[in-house]
Ligand binder design. Structure first.
Ligand code: 4NP
Length: 176
């Protein structure tokens, strides 16, 4: 990952990451919850700011989809308290890393960056998946339960790899 930092990252200068999908009610709130739980497990909650957003305005203020919440609960995670919000142009500046769930999300984010100033921060989340398939997290919204389970597996595996890549990059002393 580029952008290696010599400055030690602490609560005063945290690593800010945001996960982005279309609705911010299925894939990205799950990624927010899973990634945050990994951060906490390794004692790095002061070092990271973790957020999620949707490219659409459809679900602003809504809780995550009940089916995604259920899948999360099945895996020991609660995401029901999260609230949908729309990705804003200012988020391009605010976050260090912007992870898009699919290529449409990536293009929608990049279209807010007219001058290309922030394009290096915007990546497909599954670039960090050890088993990346087509590099996208498929939208489970119109499908069945298996789609949600598959999304969970991809998000969990990718979040773990991503966390360890960042921990290495920033030389974090992580707890186990
Ligand atoms: P998400 O899934 O982008 O993973 O949150 C979707 C949620 C809602 C809709 C589409 C995708 N929708 O059409 O309302």
């Amino acid at each position: 990952m580029d952008g290696a930092q010599d400055v030690r990252r602490t609560f005063l200068n945290p690593i800010k990451v945001v996960f982005v999908c279309l609705g911010n009610i299925c894939r990205s709130p799950l990624a927010e919850g899973v990634f945050r739980s990994i951060v906490m497990k390794h004692g790095q909650q002061d070092v990271f700011v973790v957020d999620s957003a949707g490219t659409s305005a459809w679900h602003i203020g809504s809780a995550p989809d009940a089916r995604m919440c259920q899948t999360a609960v099945k895996n020991g995670l609660s995401i029901a308290q999260l609230k949908g919000r729309q990705f804003q142009k200012e988020d391009l500046e605010r976050f260090d890393y912007i992870f898009a769930m699919d290529k449409n999300n990536l293009n929608d984010i990049l279209s807010l960056d007219e001058k290309g100033t922030f394009s290096a921060k915007v990546r497909l989340f599954r670039e960090f998946d050890p088993d990346p398939d087509n590099y996208q997290v498929p939208d489970p919204y119109y499908g069945g339960e298996k789609g949600f389970d598959d999304v969970y597996s991809m998000v969990e595996r990718t979040s773990r790899t991503l966390f360890h890549r960042l921990a290495e990059e920033y030389r974090l002393s992580i707890e186990y």
